[in-house]
Design a protein around this ligand. Structure first.
Ligand code: HEM
Length: 127
């Protein structure tokens, strides 16, 4: 087997631009900004580490922070279906901005969608 890792197909430079474009949008999004820190520098740094390993690159996140335990790390925040949708919409726009296209984008997005659904821990409030 000689399969190219998604991390290699996307490239570190594009991945880092993607994460920066993503958190720029998160910081402006009315459904997301309230649960994130005002300064997203450290959040973006951790997400670059996490997505590097998620895409098959070196285990940068685990080396510094231990097992991701993503759902547990999200439990302090109310992750509603609306917020998951907002997170994914920021990611779609960020992928557009950095020009990520084709099957590598489709596969990456499909995995992020599954992970985002798994993070939901709070129902949307009934109106
Ligand atoms: C951290 C929200 C989905 C990966 C966080 C934080 C919030 C958050 C509020 C804390 C930020 C901070 O304190 O710096 C959300 C919401 C999601 C979502 C609303 C919607 C479903 C995801 C997904 C992934 C992810 C799909 C991965 C594919 C991470 C990582 C961290 C993080 C790696 C840093 C954890 C750490 O502190 O070490 N998220 N998240 N999140 N999120 Fe999410």
């Amino acid at each position: 087997e000689n399969k190219t890792l998604p991390f290699e197909a996307i490239g570190e430079g594009t991945l880092h631009r993607l994460v920066d474009a993503f958190y720029h949008r998160v910081g402006l999004h009315p459904d997301l900004a309230p649960i994130f820190p005002d300064d997203l520098t450290e959040t973006a740094r951790k997400q670059k580490q996490f997505l590097t390993q998620y895409l098959g690159g070196p285990p940068l996140y685990t080396n510094e922070h231990g097992h991701p335990m993503l759902r547990a790390r999200h439990l302090p925040f109310e992750i509603t279906p609306t917020r998951a949708k907002a997170w994914l919409s920021c990611m779609t726009e960020a992928m557009d901005e950095v020009g990520l296209e084709g099957s590598v984008r489709e596969d990456f997005y499909a995995r992020l969608n599954l992970t985002a659904q798994h993070m939901i821990n709070t129902p949307d409030e009934e109106i």
